[in-house]
Design a protein around this ligand. Structure first.
Ligand code: URA
Length: 209
């Protein structure tokens, strides 16, 4: 029963009307409108200092989606998620387990870079969450990997330390959510790379089963 309520709540959150429109409109138009909303967004003050919004990138029909925290300096310059040092490490680790970055979709909780890479504010996360939920609703991935605590807390509603959450399987609507470490954490703690890889392999199996 709880599962049904969760699923209904998920569709309510993304708006039933919106779901109806998906059937009537061309999906590409909906993507374009959503991206335009993000480009023109002034809901919080981050738009004032960013160079480019970072909407998200990858396969819009992906079965596997990754959600990070917020754009950093390189992402802000290029308007593309995970293209800096952390992104390069992520690419390598994906490749090691046989996941092609072209097959997945990557987005962030925040679409604009916080000044000097400061932590996202809860008000910013709240205001930006609607965009991410709509991206998820359009992609309908089978599995979402949350990279680090911000996306994990946002999509699981858990607030425990990452060490207690990584590798566990949560649900967001009827989508499986698996938290793992953020690649920036791995740059500072290379010993955690093995754990990351182990969980990434498990995620790959979950997508394929
Ligand atoms: N860190 C993130 O969380 N997202 C990016 O796009 C880049 C670095």
């Amino acid at each position: 029963m709880k599962k049904i309520i969760d699923i209904l709540k998920f569709y309510q959150d993304i708006g039933v009307e919106y779901t109806k429109k998906i059937n009537l409109q061309d999906k590409e138009d909906i993507w374009k409108n959503l991206e335009n909303e993000v480009v023109n967004c002034k809901k919080c003050s981050l738009f004032k200092e960013r160079t480019n919004p970072v909407f998200g990138a990858g396969n819009k029909d992906a079965r596997l989606m990754f959600v990070g925290e917020a754009p950093g300096r390189d992402e802000d310059k290029q308007g593309v998620p995970f293209v800096g040092r952390a992104g390069r490490l992520l690419n390598e680790l994906l490749k090691d387990v046989g996941i092609d970055r072209k097959e997945i979709y990557i987005a962030n909780c925040l679409k604009c870079r916080p000044p000097n890479n400061r932590d996202p504010l809860s008000s910013e996360l709240k205001m930006c969450f609607g965009y991410l939920k709509r991206q998820i609703a359009l992609i309908k991935p089978k599995v979402i990997v949350t990279l680090g605590r911000y996306s994990t807390y946002e999509l699981t509603d858990e607030k425990a330390a990452m060490g207690q959450l990584i590798g566990r399987v949560f649900e967001f609507g009827n989508i499986k959510v698996v938290p793992i470490y953020h690649p920036a954490y791995l740059l500072r703690n290379p010993k955690a790379i093995d754990i990351f890889t182990r969980h990434l392999k498990k995620v790959k199996r979950l997508v394929e089963e």
